[in-house]
Design a protein. Structure first.
Length: 342
């Protein structure tokens, strides 16, 4: 089955059929309907491999995330997909489930498929693999982590600054025994928040920070954490909790409210991180550190397009590798009742 046969069946030109798949906005609704009926009747499937050979560019971009079901990932991914589709391209999303081996296997898969570019929120150190992919003409952008290599582009958030913001807020309210609730301390984003918090604690005499480990960053893990803390004698409890994300903090608030033994914020102040949609509507509105989600995803996609264009220009001109652009967003504190009270 060929494009020409679809065009004859629909009574349009082959160029119109091509536009139907790759630039549908150029066609009227009536023309799109005619082509759609012909495609369905004939069972036609476009050959994107042939398009890649013909144009020298794949219509596919890969996105590897370590938490596809995370509270912020859907909003970020939606913003990326919106920018990708505006270029008549397609986004393939992969979840590495926190596995460095799985992460590298997806990078190998995307390299084999010769995608135009890759956006990756990495678990491990993947910059060597991304450099190899660039040598093969595949652009890349690191997500949520500042690149170390000068040639690697990245979009990140100042999580050290965010951790410091949260801790300074708690310390400024007179809290001195703070628990840092987190999992996966091997993740750069998590350790950055911890380091920021530690820097603030170190500047205040008498302040201390206890790392409270949890198995995952979920509401359920937050509930279990709060229940354990509530069972401690009052003089052995922290007087504040800095949860590494809002889901954990929401679970903590739910458990304290249900148990009735710990009042928020009178006994224990609680602050989260991310400012997801539900943070302001919890049983006690949650103080948190706001990070951009839609703007972050948009920046990732736009920077990837810059990198795709840059690689094409360098290849055409035989230029040496140039510095990749780095974008970093600053988080901001959002103080609500879970730390401030009524």
């Amino acid at each position: 089955m060929t494009v020409r046969e679809v065009a004859e069946s629909a009574g349009v030109s082959p160029a119109s059929v091509s536009n139907y798949f790759h630039k549908p906005h150029k066609l009227s609704e009536a023309t799109r309907d005619r082509i759609r009926r012909a495609v369905d009747e004939l069972g036609f499937l476009p050959n994107d491999a042939a398009r890649t050979l013909r144009t020298g560019a794949s219509p596919v971009v890969g996105y590897i995330a370590f938490e596809l079901a995370g509270a912020t990932t859907p909003e970020i991914a939606s913003a990326i997909e919106k920018r990708i589709s505006a270029r008549d391209m397609y986004l393939l999303m992969a979840n590495d489930t926190g596995s460095q081996e799985r992460e590298r296997s997806y990078l190998r898969l995307f390299a084999q498929q010769q995608v135009s570019g890759v956006i990756i929120a990495p678990v491990g150190d993947v910059e060597a693999e991304l450099a190899q992919m660039r040598s093969q003409g595949i652009a890349s952008v690191l997500s949520a982590r500042r690149a170390e290599s000068p040639e690697q582009a990245s979009v990140s958030i100042d999580h050290v600054g965010g951790g410091r913001l949260a801790m300074e807020h708690l310390l400024g309210l007179g809290r001195r025994r703070v628990g840092f609730v987190a999992s996966s301390l091997d993740l750069r984003q998590v350790t950055d928040r911890l380091n920021g918090a530690l820097s603030a604690v170190g500047a205040v005499p008498g302040a201390s920070l206890e790392v409270v480990p949890v198995p995952e960053r979920s509401v359920e893990a937050g509930i279990a954490c709060a229940q354990e803390i509530a069972r401690r004698p009052p003089d052995q409890r922290p007087d504040a909790l800095f949860c590494v994300n809002d889901l954990l903090a929401i679970g903590v608030l739910q458990a304290f409210a249900a148990g009735g033994r710990v009042r928020v914020p009178e006994d224990i102040a609680v602050i989260g991180y991310d400012d997801i949609e539900f943070a302001r509507s919890t049983i006690v509105p949650l103080s948190t550190v706001r990070t951009p989600h839609t703007r972050f995803g948009t920046a990732l996609a736009d920077l990837l397009f810059e990198e795709i264009s840059r690689l094409g220009d360098d290849a055409a001109q035989g230029a040496e590798a140039r510095r990749g652009r780095r974008i970093e967003f600053a988080p901001e504190l959002v103080a609500r009742r879970s730390t401030l009270g009524h």
